[in-house]
Structure formats: C-alpha cells, structure tokens
Ligand binder design. Structure first.
Ligand SMILES: NC(=O)C1=CN([C@@H]2O[C@H](COP(=O)(O)OP(=O)(O)OC[C@H]3O[C@@H](n4cnc5c(N)ncnc54)[C@H](OP(=O)(O)O)[C@@H]3O)[C@@H](O)[C@H]2O)C=CC1
Ligand SMILES: N[C@@H](C=O)C(=O)O
Length: 255
C-alpha cells in the first residue's frame, strides 16, 4: 500500500493496475488515466523503448510506474509479468487485458497467417492475462478484470470476420467469468470501443480488404483518451457497482 488515501480526484490511490498493450494507442492512454486517478501502474508490451518513454511521462506527472517486456501470447511471460508487478508495486487490483491486433482480411483471400496471429494475440493473450491474475485476486477476495473487446465483439463486420470472432470470444469468456467470480468478489468488465484513432491498422496486409471495408475515415472517430477516461471511470465505481459492459462509439457511427 502506498499509504495514500483515496480522494475524489484520486479514487484509485493505493491500487495497483497492470495494463497490457500499453506501448501505444488505447493501452497507453488507459495507463495514463489510471495513473492520474492515483493507481500505481505496471505497463507491458513488447516495445521496451515505448514503455520506457511512458514510464518517464507518468513519473514526470508524479505517478508511479514500472514496465515489463511481455508477449501476451506466451503464457510464461504473462505469469512473469504479474509476478514482477506484485513484487515491485504490490498485489494487483486491476488487470487490463488490452493488447490486441486487428488486420482487415477478406475470408476469400485466405490469409491464414493473419488469422492465426489475430487469434493468438486477441484470444490467448486475454486468457493468459486472466489465468495469471485470478488466483491472487481470489485469495484476496477482490479485483477487477477489464478486457478490451470492441463493437466488433457485438456485431460481425465484413472484412473483419476473424477479428470479430476473437472479440466475440472475449465477450463470451468475460460473461461466463463474471458469473463465476461473483462468489469471489471480483468484477469483470468488457470495454467495447468503436473506431479509435490508433496505429492498429498498420499491420494489415490484405489491402484489398481494407480498401473495401474500412469506413473509419468517414466520420470523426474516437481518440485513445476517450477510452482511457472511460476505463478510469469503470474501475473507480463503489464496491457494489459493476459496469459490466461499456459500448463507446463515435457519435456518428453507432452499430
Ligand atoms: N483502434 C480501434 O479502433 C479499436 C481497438 N480496439 C482494441 O483495443 C486494443 C488496443 O488497440 P489499439 O490501441 O487500437 O492498437 P495499437 O496498435 O495502437 O496498440 C496495440 C497494443 O498491443 C500490443 N501488442 C500487440 N501484440 C502484442 C503481443 N503479442 N504481446 C504483447 N503486446 C502486444 C502493442 O505493443 P507492442 O507492439 O509493443 O507489443 C500495442 O501496445 C486492441 O485489443 C484492439 O482490438 C477495440 C476497438 C476499436
Ligand atoms: N471498431 C472496431 C472494428 O471496426 C475495432 O476497431 O475494433
């Protein structure tokens, strides 16, 4: 414990949060917002340079951060991430399973390597994160698992069939887990963003699919900050309140 008391401005004082996929985009913003709300944050991803930069930024703003290089598809590395976070910052109260990839891909173009990668990161990355934190949370009888899903976890989008499938997986796992965790006092939330301005599409190889189906340039889309702010709100609720799902979309692009 930091010895700090929670205040209206810092409702997460004394809490420890782990954020995967924190080297850019939405995860980076979630880490900043959780830190601004008083949490000590352990930031994880593969790009150490970007994690170092974020740690410095958080510390310049009087926050506490530690970083750990981690590929979420490798179970052992995710276990080590939680071990590292608990040793350096304390027991994990909030786990944000956010790391993810999205590649436009037409099923008819059969780009199975892209499909495999999407399934590995978006599905196994989340189950690895859950498996690493729940034993400790169950022992402590408290905790909050936040999984970054998508509006594509509620509706299948053409050009994003496998991606949508992975986010439906995140939704299904989260819903069942939420029920199982009631007796342990643990909350489970799915954040379901619509299009957010990040670099997520930079890994797309099926440019035909992206050209045909990516409509994100047609309206003002969300900023990562919009999602970071929403996550800080979700995890700052009183103990008896659980925001189980949060669909957050550009005003002009509802599903
Ligand atoms: N942008 C959008 O419109 C939306 C995004 N989302 C979801 O939000 C999440 C974050 O995406 P976003 O911020 O947009 O994208 P970015 O590409 O900006 O960020 C993705 C993050 O995931 C990390 N990551 C990717 N693969 C791995 C891996 N194998 N192991 C560990 N970390 C990994 C990257 O770090 P590094 O490369 O350093 O490992 C990076 O930090 C994803 O789950 C995505 O599906 C949901 C709805 C909308
Ligand atoms: N908005 C979603 C799909 O188009 C996402 O980016 O996850």
């Amino acid at each position: 414990m930091s010895g700090k008391f929670a205040t209206a401005n810092q409702p997460l004082s004394g809490k420890v949060a782990v954020v995967t996929g924190a080297s850019s985009g939405i995860g980076r913003s979630i880490a900043i917002h959780l830190s601004n709300a008083g949490a000590k944050v352990c930031i994880a991803a593969r790009n150490v340079g970007k994690l170092e930069e974020l740690k410095s930024e958080i510390e310049k703003n009087n926050g506490t951060a530690a970083f750990f290089q981690c590929d979420v598809t490798v179970r052992e590395q995710v276990m080590q991430l939680i071990f590292f976070a608990e040793k350096n910052l304390g027991p994990v109260d909030i786990m944000v399973n956010n790391a993810g990839v999205m590649m436009y891909s037409k099923m008819s173009n059969v780009m199975m390597d892209d499909w495999d990668k999407t399934i590995d990161v978006n599905c196994k990355g989340v189950t690895n994160g859950i498996g690493a934190v729940i034993p400790g949370m169950i022992k402590r009888k408290r905790g909050h698992i936040v999984n970054t899903s998508s509006d594509a976890g509620l509706q299948g989008f053409p050009g994003l069939a496998v991606y949508s499938g992975t986010k439906f997986f995140v939704e299904g796992v989260s819903q069942a887990l939420r029920h199982e965790m009631v007796e342990h006092g643990i909350k489970v939330t799915c954040i379901q963003p619509g299009d957010v301005k990040t670099n997520i599409l930079s890994h797309t190889t099926d440019l035909e699919a992206q050209k045909q189906y990516d409509g994100s340039s047609k309206c003002k889309i969300l900023d990562p900050d919009d999602i970071g702010r929403a996550v800080a709100y979700v995890v700052s609720q009183p103990d008896h309140v659980s925001i189980n799902q949060l669909l957050i979309e550009p005003k002009e692009a509802p599903i």
